[in-house]
Write a protein that binds this ligand. Structure first.
Ligand SMILES: [Zn+2]
Length: 427
């Protein structure tokens, strides 16, 4: 069941260990497609039939394609929103003193990490470094992917009760070991990685670095029916939305892909889904075509938002965690997510609209509603629809091991989601 869509997804995930790298890779792809980069601090001018993109703070990106006939009185925005960040261990600002003869560096837990999955894995370290060079403050993405670090688990002999339930203290038990005491430390490795001549340790001003799994993504299962990879939540949906946008030519609506950082920590930041990034971008698209605020507000009411975030597949070893009628299965198609308490933004009209897209694309779809005794997660959907008042639907592909360092999904579902998104982007 190998296919080129998943091959491309796995390459994207492996080269995108952090939201910064994900955005840099999407930017590279967009430029290959002749998309034009716009800056928030410059005047914008947009033309019919062209694709543009704008990046905020290096970790959120919005791309949009204007229909060939420009913006007409029936135009609105057809949007897929997803997130670029995933739960992980983030380096704290200052190094630790050595413990015994171990070199360590403390971490903050970013998002809802399945802590146990990070034990005894080979870890790399990537992100953004700020440094002074020639009297100027500069910023660069780095990836230390040829040195491996580790959070070693305690031996069973020193914790005989461990298999009754592992308890991990997020502050004391999750500190990665970087090496043994020596004259060189992590700063020296970072300096080497920056590849800037003459730079010294005190030129390093600030680090925004994240640990991540060193192992490559792969297909899995007897028939390659699975994908095993980190950050499927939510790089899989980020990738699917970009591929669909590239494929489908919009006829009347502006097609928009909005990928936000900080979903896993609540979306309330300048580049998060709770910010003005999407609304100001959409309004500025209208302004390029001499649309007044009145026109923009009308365009919003003709718009549609798909909030795309991975969904929980039915787990064969925990069959009681889904109700028996709402059990999404791997490789059985996109999952429409509903929740009466509005943790998902789907309503019956948006549900029906997406079901029609799936029918048109000849793709099956599934439905998720949680158990009343298990609180469910949320997505950028309710946040963006609350801010903008756009008709919104929550959808995602089924996966297991969500928020583990190594997740698992289906190799057929990815293409089906791309097809469903493309139906919307064609409008
Ligand atoms: Zn997610």
């Amino acid at each position: 069941m190998k296919n080129k869509e998943v091959d491309s997804l796995l390459r994207f995930i492996d080269s995108s260990p952090t939201p910064y790298h994900a955005v840099a890779n999407i930017r590279k792809d967009l430029r290959k497609q002749d998309a034009i980069e716009l800056k928030e601090d410059e005047n914008w001018s947009c033309e019919a039939g062209k694709t543009y993109f704008v990046i905020r703070k290096d970790s959120s990106i919005i791309s949009f394609e204007i229909p060939a006939k420009g913006i007409t009185e029936n135009s609105g925005f057809n949007i897929v929103a997803a997130h670029t960040d995933s739960p992980c261990l983030k380096l704290k600002p200052l190094a630790r003193k050595s413990v015994g003869n171990y070199q360590q560096w403390g971490v903050e837990i970013y998002g809802g990490v399945l802590l146990n999955s990070w034990l005894d894995r080979d870890l790399c370290l990537s992100g953004r470094v700020s440094y002074m060079n020639d009297g100027e403050l500069q910023h660069k993405l780095i990836s230390i992917d040829n040195k491996f670090f580790r959070v070693p688990q305690l031996a069973i002999h020193l914790d005989r009760e461990v298999n009754k339930g592992l308890v991990l203290n997020a502050e004391t038990h999750m500190v990665p070991v970087l090496g043994l005491d020596s004259k060189e430390d992590l700063n020296d490795e970072i300096l080497r990685e920056l590849k800037v001549k003459g730079l010294k340790a005190n030129d390093l001003k600030s680090l925004d670095l994240f640990f991540h799994d060193a192992a490559e993504s792969t297909y899995g299962g007897l028939k390659d029916e699975f994908i095993y990879a980190p950050r499927l939540d939510n790089l899989a949906m980020a990738h699917a939305s970009c591929v669909a946008q590239e494929k489908a030519k919009p006829s009347e609506k502006v097609s928009v892909v909005a990928l936000f950082d900080h979903e896993e920590v609540g979306s309330e930041s300048a580049q998060g889904a709770g910010s003005n990034f999407l609304s100001s971008t959409l309004e500025r698209i209208g302004l390029c075509f001499k649309k007044e605020r009145e026109d923009f507000l009308q365009m919003l009411s003709r718009s549609f938002l798909i909030s795309a975030d991975m969904a929980h597949a039915f787990h064969p070893n925990y069959t009681d965690r889904h109700d028996s009628e709402h059990r999404p299965l791997i490789n059985k198609g996109p999952v429409i997510k509903t929740n009466a308490r509005q943790r998902y933004a789907t309503d019956s009209k948006t549900f029906a609209r997406f079901a029609v897209y799936c029918d048109q694309a000849e793709v099956p779809y599934q439905v998720f509603a949680g158990r009343n005794d298990i609180p469910c997660g949320s997505t950028v959907g309710p946040i963006v629809s609350t801010r903008l008042g756009i008709d919104t639907l929550d959808v995602g592909n089924p996966q297991l091991s969500m928020h583990s360092i190594r997740e698992m999904a289906g190799s057929k579902d990815h293409k089906m989601m791309i097809k469903a998104f493309s139906e919307m982007f064609k409008e």
